[in-house]
Design a protein around this ligand. Structure first.
Ligand SMILES: Nc1ncnc2c1ncn2[C@@H]1O[C@H](COP(=O)(O)OP(=O)(O)OP(=O)(O)O)[C@@H](O)[C@H]1O
Length: 138
């Protein structure tokens, strides 16, 4: 009886099981161009219609920085909880430690926890997915 590596619970007596391997993504020239700008350290805002490849590009950008994903230098955030889960991050408000963020900046700053203040200091690269939801309304 074999238990196949990496997939506990999938057990078979005789037949070897193969799992489909996702093909490597080849970025389009436009996606590649944005990735290159990120690699050069530029501040980049990219947007586009549904299905134009933003999520695929974002995952490639995250892959570029990982490791060291957990050193605190890279913050992966999104405006909504669901969007954050999709990219393995946290909400921007949670990362920033500002709760609902409805007070003036100075008041929010004065209330920052030590951990949140450290995050602000350590982070070199901040990714914000679905960032349009954080734009001011006026
Ligand atoms: N460079 C690429 N090579 C192959 N497939 C790609 C590439 N870029 C995107 N795709 C595919 O195109 C589809 C749409 O991509 P993606 O989900 O990244 O778009 P999106 O702009 O994030 O869409 P939405 O705004 O709806 O979330 C997906 O099936 C994705 O796998």
């Amino acid at each position: 009886m074999h238990e196949y590596g990496g997939c506990p619970g999938i057990v078979d007596d005789h037949v070897p099981v193969t799992y489909p391997v996702a093909p490597a993504i080849i970025l389009s020239p436009e996606q590649q161009g944005i990735l290159e700008r990120v690699k050069r350290g530029e501040n980049v805002f990219f947007t586009g219609s549904a299905g134009t490849g933003k999520s695929v590009l974002l995952k490639e950008i995250i892959r570029h920085f990982c490791p060291p994903c957990f050193s605190g230098e890279l913050a992966i955030t999104a405006s909504t909880g669901i969007a954050a889960i999709n990219i393995g991050g946290q909400t921007l408000h949670s990362w920033a430690g500002i709760k609902f963020g409805q007070e003036p900046a100075v008041a929010l700053y004065n209330k920052l926890s030590e951990e949140a203040a450290l995050r602000w200091q350590l982070t070199q690269t901040l990714i914000i997915d679905e960032g349009r939801f954080d734009l001011p309304e006026n």
